[in-house]
Design a protein around this ligand. Structure first.
Ligand code: MG
Length: 402
């Protein structure tokens, strides 16, 4: 946030469906336990063999074995198992130079390649007033935060930015912007080349929480890169934090945040706190009144978050799909908008049940925990005229009631 428009992160969060206060709890993850188990040093293992009868040792090994061979999918395999799935091939692309942006990895979602702002919108999901000039995106003062239409949770993110040249202002007033993971957690963007400010507000700081380990800033006008590994926070059913968000950040290739555990959101002057939020939310870039430029932005979703793409569209787009759809005399589907999300009510003689819908595209929506989708057929104005309702293998067609 950095001394500008306090509260806008909170507003962003509210707009994107936040609304529950969580309390940070530190828990020891299974992964840590497994790690300690398999890093028993060689001496200890040798000693154990000497004092424990062989039969007992076999039982102990059998118990340990599944842990030592846990795959990234949680399946178990024998050591050097030929049948273990091999890693998919990815063309790693190329590195950027000052003159030219690099090529993203082949499995990345490209969020900005210099051509258009089709992946971005204003906070309400409508068009943004940021501009493209000479193949780079530039913040227009007063135009507001921009955000991706696609939502992300766990991810690897690459962002390149350049502070304005000549530099103007000092401390937090020079080249200020920000990369907001999930629209909530800010990696500060600031021109700190020969420009001191408070430590937890430096370029590459987790704003208000963690200063970068070093100041690896390039001079204003030069292209700089953030490479981020982000793990979203996990909440339990009551909205309490089970595991905090974590960030690792390389700034121009230099490690500046080493798997730090976030204390919550990143507001100006206020204490960080967690509030329950969705598993995926849009990525946002801050308008702090300075014409900071961006190029070559791409993201790779990680883990189970990569299985299903998810978007958050403008309320105008969603409103065009709202209506009552008659599938047959025994089933009516009512599509409504609640805030920035659609919901689906299934009305039949057997009951009346409502489900939140998540967007896969502007016309296809899905349920988070059920194998069910809704696909709309729209006219030239994007207004829905009918839908296909799919559930557990069966598809039925419904026409919009006049
Ligand atoms: Mg900022």
């Amino acid at each position: 946030m950095s001394g500008y428009a306090p509260g806008s992160v909170f507003i962003l969060g509210v707009n994107l469906g936040l609304g529950y206060t969580g309390r940070l709890e530190t828990v020891k993850s299974n992964q840590q336990t497994i790690h300690s188990a398999i890093t028993m040093n060689r001496q200890n293992v040798d000693r154990a063999f000497k004092i424990v009868p062989p039969a007992l040792m076999l039982i102990a090994l059998a118990l340990f074995a599944p842990f030592s061979c846990l795959g990234q999918t949680g399946q178990t395999f024998k050591k050097h198992d030929w049948n273990r799935p091999r890693p998919p091939v990815v063309d790693p692309g190329t590195a950027s130079t000052q003159e030219q942006p690099g090529k993203p990895p082949s499995d990345a979602t490209v969020l900005f390649d210099g051509k258009d702002l089709g992946q971005w919108g204003a906070m309400d999901g409508g068009p943004t007033r940021w501009i493209i000039k000479d193949g780079v995106m530039e913040c227009v003062a007063g135009s507001g935060i921009i955000r991706t239409l696609q939502s992300f949770g766990d991810c690897q993110l690459h962002v390149e930015y350049a502070a304005p040249l000549p530099p103007r202002g000092k401390s937090q007033g020079r080249g200020n912007s920000g990369v907001f993971l999930m629209g909530i957690y800010e990696l500060q963007v600031l021109d700190n080349y020969d420009n001191p400010t408070y430590a937890d507000g430096y370029d590459a700081a987790i704003y208000g929480q963690y200063p970068p380990l070093v100041n690896a800033c390039r001079p204003p006008g030069q292209w700089q890169a953030y490479d981020v590994i982000f793990t979203r926070p996990r909440f339990d059913d009551k909205g309490q934090v089970v595991s905090p968000a974590r960030i690792t950040l390389l700034h121009n290739g230099v490690l500046v945040q080493n798997n730090v555990a976030l204390l919550g959101n990143t507001p100006y002057m206020l204490r960080p706190q967690y509030r329950l939020h969705a598993d995926k939310l849009p990525l946002a870039l801050q308008d702090h009144g300075n014409p900071v430029r961006y190029r070559n932005i791409w993201v790779r979703e990680l883990g189970s978050d990569a299985l299903q793409k998810e978007f958050s569209f403008s309320t105008q787009t969603l409103d065009r799909l709202v209506g009552t759809y008659v599938v047959n005399p025994r089933l009516t589907v009512v599509i409504a908008r609640k805030g920035d999300q659609l919901s689906m009510r299934l009305i039949s003689p057997g009951g009346d049940t409502e489900f939140p819908l998540l967007a896969e595209s502007t016309t296809k929506f899905f349920l988070k925990d059920v194998d069910s989708t809704v696909t709309f057929q729209v006219n030239d104005q994007g207004v829905a005229e009918s839908l296909d309702y799919y559930m557990g293998g069966d598809t039925s067609h419904g026409k919009k009631a006049k």
